[in-house]
Design a protein around this ligand. Structure first.
Ligand SMILES: Cc1cc2nc3c(=O)[nH]c(=O)nc-3n(C[C@H](O)[C@H](O)[C@H](O)COP(=O)(O)O)c2cc1C
Length: 408
């Protein structure tokens, strides 16, 4: 991707110094040695095979072709253990990887240890994955009100049983990582307990989304909690997640927290080249200008074509519209263009819209930090009656706690 050499960072990152040789180390997840130590956050409805392909290709462009390491982990969107075990057609489609995708990383959701264990046994027996992440951050009321998602780590025995069952089912053949939030709310923080339990149960790493469930996606991620977790969990890597909007945020987060890697969520929506930029910084390089709108459009068109190929139909463009909107976020293209993008239903139609755009437009630097996708919160957390009375209560949850289709 063409970039000029002018500095192009927002004020918050103006002073971040280049990475010194040896300052950071590859992230070790079981047999995987990951450098740069960056992870695409699992995002339901977003991190499907086409989007991962685009992100992975940018990441690979930012490192030496002879690198012995895996250039980042790109996690598939959340898959429900039940959907997998019961063989739901839609779940199996979502669980697909791109040809040649390596490593194959998948996030599982579930609350029933036996279902999760069955799902992992299947995945391992079919050699379908190289890494499994477990999702304990989902804030969707439909599941938290039954004790699932982000509510579950509060009940320590069940949390431990779920992780233990999955680690046992994986039998050392794939690393298991665990992703959670800081807790239910500021009066019920659980990240330190959750980290210790995951470590004790044999997880290969933990990732902290440094917000509470109550916070949802609002406010700033509290990186101090990542630093606290890093001090507490000493035998496995700790990954930090929250508010990596521009490449220098990744360096700043690792320096501020001592974390072993960064997990990039909304910052890469409509900006998948963020992985190339992060990689260049970890390799000791500097950042040039942000891509021009012409570069962005080229990426958008490629992504749209991959999406149509993946589903075998231009109907994929309906789901792609949100990506198209994110690609244009921050560029002064006007409301009429955005409206047409919202209704795009063919590749020719998309090409016609973008052909009218000025390819030399540059993204205003402050637009780097404009949130895309979720931004709501805070909001009170729906919980089962009495949920907070006893963190050591070891009751199983009802099936409704598993009934999630999206979210983290
Ligand atoms: C559209 C969307 C879907 C998400 N889905 C999941 C998910 O399925 N599993 C999960 O663990 N987190 C999910 N998340 C949360 C992200 O993985 C990440 O933790 C969160 O966005 C915070 O990182 P950020 O501040 O860099 O965006 C989702 C976030 C978004 C925006």
């Amino acid at each position: 991707m063409a970039m000029d050499t002018s500095l192009n960072r927002t004020a918050v990152n103006a002073e971040v110094a280049p990475v010194r040789p040896g300052e950071f180390s590859p992230l070790l997840l079981g047999p995987l040695s990951v450098w740069p130590p960056m992870v695409l956050a699992p995002m339901a409805g977003v991190t499907d095979s086409p989007f991962r392909t685009v992100c992975r290709d940018f990441a690979a462009a930012g490192v030496s072709p002879n690198s012995p390491h895996v250039p980042g982990i790109f996690v598939n969107q959340m898959i429900t253990a039940r959907g997998l075990v019961e063989g739901h057609e839609k779940t199996l489609k979502l669980a697909e990887f791109a040809p040649g995708e390596s490593p194959r990383s998948m996030q599982l959701y579930g609350t029933d240890p036996s279902y999760l264990a069955k799902a992992v046994e299947l995945l391992v027996a079919q050699e379908h994955v190289d890494h499994i992440d477990l999702n304990f951050g989902c804030p969707v009321p439909k599941v938290t009100r039954h004790g699932g998602g982000g509510a579950l780590p509060f009940r320590r025995p069940l949390f431990a049983r779920v992780i233990g069952a999955v680690v046992e089912a994986a039998a050392g053949r794939v690393p298991i990582t665990v992703k959670f939030r800081m807790g239910i709310d500021d009066d019920h923080l659980t990240h330190l307990d959750a980290g210790r339990i995951a470590e004790d149960q044999g997880a290969a790493a933990v990732a902290l989304h440094a917000r509470t469930v109550e916070q949802l996606y609002g406010g700033e991620a509290r990186w101090a909690a990542i630093a606290e977790l890093k001090e507490h969990v000493t035998t496995i890597p700790v990954l930090g997640n929250g508010d990596i909007w521009e490449a220098h945020d990744a360096i700043r987060m690792l320096r501020a927290t001592g974390a072993d890697g960064v997990v990039v969520g909304r910052g890469c929506l409509g900006r998948p080249w963020l992985f190339e930029q992060i990689a260049r910084l970890f390799e000791g390089g500097e950042l040039g200008a942000q891509p021009s709108l012409g570069d962005v459009v080229a990426t958008m068109r490629r992504h749209a074509r991959l999406a149509c190929d993946w589903t075998g139909s231009e109907r994929a463009l309906r789901a792609f519209r949100k990506h198209a909107t994110w690609y244009l976020t921050g560029f002064p293209v006007g409301g009429a263009v955005r409206d047409r993008v919202h209704r795009v239903d063919s590749l020719d139609g998309l090409d016609a819209i973008v052909a009218e755009l000025d390819p030399d437009l540059r993204l205003p630097v402050d637009a780097l930090r404009t949130p895309r996708s979720h931004k709501g919160g805070p909001k009170p957390v729906a919980l089962p009656p009495g949920w907070l009375d006893d963190p050591d209560c070891d009751l199983a949850l009802s099936e409704e706690a598993d009934a999630v289709t999206s979210g983290g």
